[in-house]
Design a protein around this ligand. Structure first.
Ligand code: SAH
Length: 382
C-alpha cells in the first residue's frame, strides 16, 4: 500500500479570538473546564454563583474557593474581556455610554439608560457592522469582528455591577431590560448572541436571571435567522428595522433588502409572533423628505393593520457628514397619527444620549471620539 502525501493548505493565521469565558459555556462545559484545571466539578457552580449571582469577578471576593487556586480559576474562566476605555454621561447621569476595548484592540460601545422604574442596557453584538445602512454611524465603519458571548454578557455584567455599587445617578438598581440595539447585527452573530441571551436570562447560578421577555433583539431583517430564532424557545421581543414600506426605498436605506424583501421580512416577523406569542416591534427611523410622506404612512399602516405589532418611530439622528436629517416634528406627528388611525399601537422613541453620541445609530466606537467623563461632569463645553 502506498501512502500518498496529503496536500495541506498554506497556513493562514487564525483571526484573534477572545479568550473563553464562563459566560460562553453551558453548565456541563463549565464543569468540564474546571475539571480540566484539576479542580472538582462543583467549583464551576461556586464560580458561577459568584459571577452571575453576586456579580463578583475578582479572586478576593471568592472566599469559598481555596486561596491558592482562586486567581488561577479567575484567570482561566473570568478573563477581563473588555476594559472601559472611556465613560460618558448625560441626562443628569441617567444615561451613560461606555467605550470598551477588547483584548485585540477592537472597540465597542454600550449605553445604560435609567428611567423611572426601569433600567435598560443597550448592548453591542459585533465590533462594527457589515450591513452598511447609509444612515447609521456603525454601518459606515464596516465589520471588524463578531463579539463572543462572553464579551456581550460582560457589557451587561459590568452595568449590573455598576448599578449595585450605587455608582450611577438614581441610587442602587438592577438591570430590567436588555436591548440588542448597539453596534452590530445580532442575527449575523447568531450563535454567540443566543448563548449570551441564555446566560443573561438563565436563573442564577446558570445566568444573570434577567427576564427573557425583557430582552429585545433588533434585526435588519435576516429572514432565515428570524425563522431559526422562532424555534429556539426563547420568547425574546423581536424588533425589525423596517424604515420603509416599499422595496424601492428600502433597497437604498437597508441594502440587505435586495436579498430579503419587505414582504419576506414581515412574513417571518408574523411567524415569529405566532411562534412566541409576542408582539413584534417595527422600527422606523423618520428621515426628512425621504421616508416620512403621508402616503408612506398609509402604505405602512396597510402592511401592519391587524397584525401583532407595535411601531416605534425614531427621529433620525443625523450621522456626521450625512445628507439626511430628522423629519420635521409636524410631519412626524402626521405620520404617527396616520398609523394610530389604523388602530396600530405607535410611539415616538425618545432619543436618550444624543449629546454623548449614545443615541440610536450613533455608536461608532473610536477611542479618540467623545469627551472624558470628567469634562462633562465639570460642565466644560465641547
Ligand atoms: N442591526 C440591528 C441593530 C442596530 S441599531 C438593526 O438594524 O436593527 C438599532 C436601531 O437603530 C435600528 O432600528 C437602526 O435602524 C436604528 N438606527 C440606526 N441608525 C440610526 C440613526 N442614525 N438614527 C435613528 N435610528 C437609527
Amino acid at each position: 500500500m502506498e501512502v500518498l502525501p496529503v496536500s495541506r493548505p498554506a497556513r493562514v493565521p487564525a483571526p484573534p479570538k477572545p479568550q473563553v469565558h464562563l459566560a460562553d459555556l453551558d453548565a456541563a462545559a463549565r464543569r468540564a473546564a474546571v475539571e480540566a484545571l484539576g479542580e472538582p466539578g462543583f467549583r464551576a457552580d461556586q464560580l458561577s454563583r459568584h459571577y452571575f449571582g453576586r456579580l463578583a469577578d475578582s479572586a478576593e471576593e471568592m472566599t469559598d474557593l481555596p486561596a491558592g487556586r482562586r486567581e488561577a480559576l479567575r484567570q482561566a474562566l473570568l478573563p477581563r474581556l473588555l476594559i472601559a476605555e472611556r465613560e460618558l454621561s448625560c441626562d443628569d447621569g441617567m444615561t451613560r455610554k461606555t467605550l470598551w476595548r477588547a483584548g485585540d484592540g477592537a472597540f465597542v460601545e454600550s449605553v445604560l439608560m435609567r428611567y423611572p422604574g426601569r433600567v435598560t442596557i443597550c448592548v453591542s453584538s459585533q465590533a462594527g457592522c457589515g450591513m452598511a445602512c447609509p444612515f447609521c454611524a456603525t454601518g459606515q465603519s464596516g465589520l471588524t469582528r463578531n463579539l463572543s458571548a462572553g464579551e456581550i454578557v460582560t457589557q451587561v455584567f459590568n452595568a449590573a455591577k455598576l448599578l449595585t455599587a450605587r455608582a450611577m445617578a438614581g441610587g442602587p438598581g438592577r438591570i430590567s431590560n436588555v436591548v440588542f440595539m448597539g453596534m452590530g447585527e445580532p442575527l449575523a452573530n447568531y450563535a454567540a448572541v443566543i448563548t449570551a441571551i441564555r446566560r443573561m436570562t438563565d436563573p442564577v447560578p446558570h445566568g444573570l436571571g434577567i427576564s427573557r421577555r425583557a430582552v429585545t433583539l433588533s434585526t435588519i431583517g435576516l429572514v432565515p435567522a428570524i425563522r431559526r430564532l422562532a424555534g429556539e424557545g426563547l420568547p425574546v421581543r423581536l424588533a425589525v428595522s423596517l424604515h420603509s414600506p416599499d422595496d424601492a426605498l428600502r433597497d437604498e436605506l437597508v441594502p440587505v433588502n435586495r436579498r430579503w424583501k419587505v414582504a419576506d421580512v414581515l412574513a417571518a416577523a408574523w411567524d415569529y409572533a405566532a411562534a412566541t406569542g409576542r408582539r413584534v416591534s417595527i422600527e422606523y427611523a423618520m428621515i426628512r423628505d425621504v421616508n416620512d410622506q403621508p402616503w408612506r404612512a398609509d402604505a405602512l399602516a396597510g402592511l401592519l393593520a391587524g397584525r401583532p405589532v407595535h411601531v416605534n418611530l425614531i427621529p433620525l439622528n443625523p450621522t456626521p457628514g450625512s445628507r439626511w436629517t430628522a423629519s420635521d416634528p409636524a410631519v412626524a406627528a402626521e405620520f404617527e397619527g396616520r398609523i394610530a388611525a389604523a388602530n396600530i399601537p405607535v410611539t415616538v422613541r425618545d432619543t436618550r444620549g444624543r449629546e454623548i453620541d449614545g443615541a440610536c445609530g450613533q455608536l461608532a466606537a473610536r477611542a479618540d471620539r467623545g469627551r472624558p467623563a470628567a469634562d462633562i461632569a465639570a460642565g466644560r463645553p465641547r
